[in-house]
Design a protein around this ligand. Structure first.
Ligand code: SF4
Length: 66
């Protein structure tokens, strides 16, 4: 599974890293620090990635299988 975070959509609500604290982190301003990135989700963290995507009110997080 891959996860990507649209940096332009992220408004810093903070729900994603609260739901996926082993996958995402916050920066000094409350935005998810990984915004603008796309990467492969480590094995064992796929449910956290899906939870983060569902939790984002701006639909900034996308998960896909490949
Ligand atoms: S929940 Fe969405 S808008 Fe909020 S910090 Fe995470 S990616 Fe950004």
């Amino acid at each position: 599974m891959f996860i990507s975070i649209d940096g332009a959509r992220c408004m810093g609500h903070g729900r994603c890293y609260a739901m996926a604290e082993r996958l995402l982190t916050d920066d000094d301003e409350g935005f998810v620090a990984e915004r603008g990135r796309s990467w492969e989700v480590p094995e064992g963290l796929t449910s956290e990635a899906e939870s983060a995507a569902h939790a984002c009110p701006e639909s900034a997080i996308a998960v896909r299988d490949s």
